[in-house]
Design a protein around this ligand. Sequence first.
Ligand code: GLY
Length: 556
Amino acid sequence: MISLLCVFSFSSVAQGHRAIAAPDTFSSDVGMAVLQKGGNAIDAAIAVQFALAVTLPEAGNIGGGGFMVIHTDRGNDFIDYRETAPAAASRDMYLDKDGNVERLKSLFGIYASGTPGTVAGMWEAHKKYGTLPWAELVQPAIDLAENGFIVPEKLGKKISSYIERMSKRDVDINFVDYFGHAKSGELFKQPELAETLKRIRDNGTDGFYKGKTAQIIADFMTQKGGLLTAKDLADYTAKLREPVTTQWRNYTLVSAAPPSSGGVAISQWLNMYDLLAPRTKAADGSLTPMHPHNSTEYVHLLAEIGKRVFADRSEYLGDPDFYKVPVAALTNPEYIAKRASGVKRKSISTTEKIRPGLTESEQTTHFSILDQYGNAVSNTTTINLSFGSGVVVEGAGFLLNNEMDDFSVKAGVPNFFGAVGGVANEIQPFKRMLSSMSPTIVLEDGDVRLVTGAPGGTTIITSVYQSILNTLEFNMSAQDAVDAPRFHHQLLPKDEIRHHKGLQQSVIDELNDMGYKVKERRFGDLHLIHVKEEGVEAASESHGRGKAQVSAVAPK
Ligand code: GLY
């Protein structure tokens, strides 16, 4: 965690700085070097994504997927590089003969992976927005894999504790063969991954989805009995979609579209909050929230809203290519007002009565980037849980995702993150599984104000909307905004509020007295850039191993 503050006049803010908040120092430095070379935010994002595939194996990847939200002077964009179900996938593939969910099968081992989307996503981003040569953006990752990097202590511990946990489970994974020798403070090289990255550097998207890499993956799948085929890989496409763009106060929220639930959920949460949270008006017209930050009233109000947001998520959200997701209806101000009207200010709504309204450890990782041209990228990427399926493609050296668990494997049965779903998110060949990843850019008068995002399964949505409230409602510095205690409620488990890094004990006691069950659980680390009148702040949450940095552009 490093936070730097540089001072600029507002008119020069957009073009006066470069900023990055990324989940580790290697990727942050790779991204800043690209920006300093004159590359734009999208160039930097591509280089960061590939670097993370080497230095942040718990979530950085080429074997997973993600979402990229982009703001440039050409407008706003959304690249969906979410994984897809392989052609051989089927609705009941994770049920045993009695119809019970075989949870380990969708989480660990060869059967848990969707077709990876990351390389195709980066390729699309580069085709449309890249300014530096592709090979230059992949090269830093190759260097890190080939020459090695010193394993940070937190990563070393994460790897050893994962190996220990997995040794007690009945799962068929080969993680230890590839990561068993990655020890804190020691050099760690990944030669097979370096060769795979070289093929991607030299052949672009075909270096992964066709030719030698695709053949290695397909052969490995055949040998181990997995589902992914060479045809699944050849058929994969990343999609350019419209981001979910909605208004909140005088801000424009630009966020992830379905197959993410993030953009819809964040818009619902913030706009219901505005209808329900009282504010006092000062003589100068400024508004001050009456519920103090993280007070009992504040937590209860946002938990009540969360019940409604997650009831809608479970019913209406899924892959828009397979299921008509009513984004406009779910974010319509009249609908939001109707939903908000049911919120009880003093007591907890009965969970069972909250219906959809229209009729790991947890991992994933995120980075936020702003360039000297006023462009921004908010990118969240994942292989689902820490270290994904735990399976490394032998000969290609990268971890495969366990994203299939993000489908609703059986209607009404929660996934790892406790999220339930139905038809909208049931498994179908080639379909994208529903996500909570919520990379978000907040604009004011068309200019970037915030670039934010986080990992953490369903708590991603909470981390993101609370980072927006912390900065724009409670005027916190970027560092305070990412480090402030957060809390989360998602309808199920019934009346459970999760928090991390400590709500005050008196607030916990009052919430327990109201009937909530307050539990401590870690959320993912936020990475935030905040453009303010007086300059730019970037912050990565202190508990992670991220690095945020801002550099001033020398005046011409
Ligand atoms: N794998 C977590 C998510 O996409 O929400």
